[in-house]
Design a binder for this molecule. Sequence first.
Ligand code: FAD
Ligand code: MG
Length: 351
Amino acid sequence: MQSGRNACASLESLKHGSLMLRWRWGVLLVGLLAACQPTAMPDVRETRLMLGTVVVFTIADMPEDKALAAIKQAAEAMQAVEAAFTTHGDIHNTVKALNQAKAGQAVRLAPEVDALLQQAVAYQRQTQGAFDPTLGALNRKWGFSGDVLPSKPLSQAEVRQALAQSGVSSIHRIKPLVWVKDKAKLQLDFGAIAKGFAIDKGVETLRKMGVRDGIINAGGDMRILGRHGRKPWRIAIQHPRKDAPLGWLEVQGDSSMVTSGDYERFFMYQGVRYHHIIDPKTGFPSRKTMSVTVQAPTATQADALSTALFVLGDKQGLALVETLPKVEALWVSSDGVVHMSRGMQTQFHAL
Ligand code: FAD
Ligand code: MG
């Protein structure tokens, strides 16, 4: 855990700061820029490792003791989400119970798991299947969430076999909280949505503790509260192929910014990049995008959509984004070209 005051940072120091936070799972943080702006009190910043990533809490304009107490509570709320949703480690939870259940066996989920699974199924439908919370068997086979990255891609046969274990049409909510699967080997995986949900729970706690201005940044997934002094927060978007920001935008009020990229967990094999965002139609890493950044009202929505819009690519993705209220997106497509939704174009400053 790191903590302390950070009164003011420039774009340059942000860049080096986020590089310093790069860690053994290869997560490169999308930069958070607290520009040098006058605030009544210096920022309070604290870093924790959880949810398989580095989580940075930044609170502005609050006495240090109050800010640290709020961060402590928010971190505990986020750890509770991790415990409820993780499929890693020895902790028992209801996600693992459903994953281990036999076909047709009724499993009672924790209320927050039941609620997020319903949302996840709705996102699967909204994104024409690009976001799929039932890909767990295939994701595990690819092995991007382990401590050691794989070095060789799966074969077509291996992918076909694991893909056959997935599908939201094979899970059913038979009554409140209670779900069954049709396929014993179907595995839920909340890796593309639970980090956002944890951030939302953390922000809810910060608010209850009186925080008006602050940011929770979990490995590039952020929710932004209020302002930084008299100005909006300035958020940098990571370039997917350079150790530098692609650009920045100013954000204030309550908004979330989440990035999914092919540069976080990947390996190269015979000149081809294999990464952790899987196209549910093919079972292989999606090929249309290098990174996508989504702005949305909640981190849960932005997280689910960032993964889906990565898979859909800019053309199909833009058509979807333009139908969603208060959602904006920026893609760096696989040819390195930047594409933006209309609302993003008015906010984004390229560097
Ligand atoms: P996102 O794009 O948001 O999500 C990608 C992840 O979602 C993939 O890793 C895969 O798990 C899944 N996925 C891939 N394709 C799709 C798709 N089309 N639709 C839906 N889902 C898809 N990492 C560790 O290394 N160790 C841990 O102990 C650990 N614990 C975690 C506990 C929790 C509760 C969560 C939420 C994450 C944890 N992680 C852990 C990280 C996790 O394994 C993922 O790597 C991470 O969530 C990916 O997030 P992202 O923002 O990089 O990408
Ligand atoms: Mg996501």
